[in-house]
Structure formats: C-alpha cells, structure tokens
Design a protein around this ligand. Structure first.
Ligand SMILES: [Zn+2]
Length: 325
C-alpha cells in the first residue's frame, strides 16, 4: 500500500488531494497522505485517470502485443478495437484493457475487404442467417461490440442482413457500431439499429438524422479523417454522446494519447477529458477505468496541466498500481 501525495486531483476540476493505492486499485482519497505512510511525491503535478481510446486497430498498427504495451506506457489504460481478424480473438494483452468487435461485418467485396482489410479485418456476409451465426460466434469469442460497414464505394450489406446482425447483437447484449461517413451510410446504419457511429461523419447531417442520434454514441476520430470539428459540434448539440477515439492504425497515427484529437474535441465544444475517460468508460462498459474514485483501478497519469499537449506527454504513467515502464 502506498500514497500518491502533494499534487492535485483532476476531480474533474483540479484540487489538492492524495490517493492511496492498494492491490492495484484506489483504496482511499484524502487531502493528504496518512502520516508516516510511504508516498510518491506528485508536487506540481495533476493526477488524471489514464485515458481510454474508443477506436483503435491494434493489429493494423503493428504487433498487437507490442502496440498494447506502448499504449499503456504512453498513458492509455483501455481501448476499443474495431476491426481485428476473427483468428486473433480474443484480444488480450494485459495490462491494457481491450474491448473488441472483431472484423467489420460487410457484403461480399464490401468495405474494407478490397482495401486495407483484405486479411480478415472484414467478414463477408450474404444472408441473415449467416449474419446471426457470425454475431453469435464473435460474442462467444468475447466481443462486446459488433461493427457494421457502410461505404457506398463498395457492395453494401442488404438491409435485411445488417438488421439481422444488429438484432442478434442486441439480443446477446452487444452494442452495434457502424462505419458510416456519409449521410446515406449514416441513415442505413441507424435503420439497421446501430448504437454507435465509429467515426464523426464527414457529411453535415440533416436534422432528422441529428435528432435520431440523441442518446446514441459517436466516436470522434476527427484528426484521422480530417473531419471538421463543426460536424462533431452538431452531433454533440443534438444530444449524441461523445467518446474520444483516434483510429490508431490509420495513417499518421501512433500509440499513445493524440494531442491533436483532444484539441479537435475542444474545438467541437466537447469536454475532451470526459470524452477520453468517464464517457469512454461508459461506452465500453468498463466501470473500473476512467475514474479516480475509490474502488477504480489505479491507472492514472501525472501531468503538468490539463492542456492536450501536457496530457499527451505525462510526467509518469501508472497502470493498475504499477509505474508503466
Ligand atoms: Zn477504424
């Protein structure tokens, strides 16, 4: 058991405080360390929960074990992988917490099987029965999401097949994410039953679609797709819930915290720290991360300020009570 003391806690507004860590979890919170207790000095620093990236591709970014280690070393405690080949499931690379969907469900020849996902990252489905069977299989392998692909540049899932996959996912308690960047694709995704847009769409959405996004989720990925922050601002204003995601594995991405993505979230008027901690934890269904509350995992960053650049370059990182090295 030890304390981290002398600094501030982002709670969420930084205030003086100390944390007691025991067995990898936050065991107590106080104004200062208990007298005589062993303590890590956090003077001049702010403690924030380690971040959660709700859109990554560990196996596209490199060797998933190495990428996972790099993620935790750089301050990411949990991720949602939205496109790993079925043969790689379940994805387990502790101490990184990994939720996953497995491959994108798509039509024969559909996105992404004729582009970056030719090696199992897309799973081709023709019938509703195939779709239900695939979702059951992925669920048995530990998936807590399924991902449907909608890209009009390629053959598309028949609406009946897409809805069958979504229904089966919901029946099993899985959330349905969708790759949908244009207006028509977003409409198809919502018609099929999607709960989550895996990207902020490029198109400005019409009022009826914005209204349908109220209470549903959108994962930011603004920087990876060079989508204007105004698109996310409109979804946020319409009541969509927002989680931080980088699309790690895409071009110009690297493991760790993406200061540019946090900055884009700020430009969209979104509380970027919440989007990357408590909100993302709610989306992933992981109550033990993204929080400095007693009982949460002791996965945290010590930073000089809450500005995106400082968050992306923590002074030190602790994951499950251990200094990440
Ligand atoms: Zn992606």
């Amino acid at each position: 058991m030890f304390w981290i003391a002398g600094g501030k806690l982002a709670d969420p507004t930084p205030r003086e405080g100390a944390l007691c860590v025991d067995g990898g979890t936050i065991a107590a919170k106080a104004d200062a360390a208990a007298p005589g207790a062993s303590a890590i000095d956090a003077s001049g620093l702010i403690l924030v929960p380690a971040l959660i990236d709700a859109h990554v591709h560990l196996s596209v970014a490199g060797d998933p074990a190495l990428v996972s280690r790099e993620e935790t070393r750089r301050g990411v405690a949990a991720v949602l992988d939205l496109g790993a080949p079925e043969r790689m499931l379940p994805l387990r690379h502790p101490p990184l917490s990994i939720c996953f969907s497995g491959p994108l469900l798509t039509a024969p020849g559909g996105y992404p099987t004729r582009s970056w996902g030719a090696n199992g990252e897309g799973l081709e489905l023709t019938t509703a029965e195939e779709a239900r069977a695939a979702v059951r299989r992925l669920g048995q392998k530990g998936a807590s999401f399924v991902k449907l692909a909608f890209d009009p540049g390629f053959p598309l899932l028949a609406p009946r097949v897409a809805s069958a996959a979504a229904h089966e996912a919901h029946r099993l308690g899985l959330l349905v994410a969708a790759h949908a960047l244009d207006t028509g694709s977003v409409r198809q995704a919502l018609d099929a039953g999607a709960d989550v847009l895996a990207h902020t769409p490029r198109d400005p959405l019409p009022a009826d679609l914005l209204a349908r996004m109220k209470g549903r989720w959108v994962i930011s990925t603004l920087r990876a797709f060079s989508v204007p922050a105004e698109r996310l601002r409109a979804l946020h204003a319409a009541g969509a819930r927002v989680a931080y995601g980088t699309d790690l594995g895409n071009e110009n991405s690297a493991p760790g915290i993406d200061a540019g993505e946090l900055q884009q979230l700020a430009s969209a008027g979104v509380d970027f720290l919440a989007a990357a901690t408590s909100s993302a934890a709610a989306l992933l269904g992981l109550p033990g991360v993204g929080s400095l509350e007693v009982g949460a995992s002791a996965s945290l960053l010590a930073v000089r300020s809450l500005a995106p650049d400082d968050l992306a370059h923590p002074e030190w990182v602790m994951i499950d009570g251990r200094m990440a090295a």
